[in-house]
Design a protein. Structure first.
Length: 132
């Protein structure tokens, strides 16, 4: 159970932590934590994502506050992940602080359903999206 939760959390944190200064490291980390159609989708969209992150000079930090296990089978699992992305960049220079978010930062909460598949190298994310 801990390995499933750790894999789901790690992939969400990686995905929500792009940094225009380290795009290749970010892209590799995100796609390496994925498998199957989800990995194929990430790879197909990665160049566009990297271009947008670089264009906006985004530096983001993802965090996970909770991972709930919804289903666990021998080789598959489903989790619900509550996460936050804190993004900074030049376009946010006039953003005021709030009670939950510092100045010059965009804080975006996420609730994600994360499907996982047990592979020879451990649990990998096979699906990530809004809860159904």
């Amino acid at each position: 159970i801990d390995a499933v939760k750790a894999a789901a959390s790690a992939e969400v944190v990686r995905l929500l932590s792009p940094d225009y200064r380290n795009l290749e490291t970010w892209a590799t980390g995100v796609t390496n934590g994925a498998v199957g159609d989800y990995q194929n989708t990430l790879q197909a969209q990665m160049e566009t994502s990297k271009a947008l992150v670089y264009q906006e000079k985004v530096v983001a930090t993802g965090s996970v506050s909770e991972v709930d296990l919804n289903d666990l089978q021998a080789t598959t699992a489903k989790t619900l992940v509550i996460a936050m992305e804190k993004e900074t960049g030049p376009s946010l220079s006039k953003t005021a602080a709030t009670s939950t978010c510092p100045a010059k930062t965009d804080c975006v909460p996420f609730v994600l359903e994360v499907g996982l598949l047990l592979t020879p190298s451990g649990w990998k994310v096979s699906k990530l999206g809004s809860p159904s």
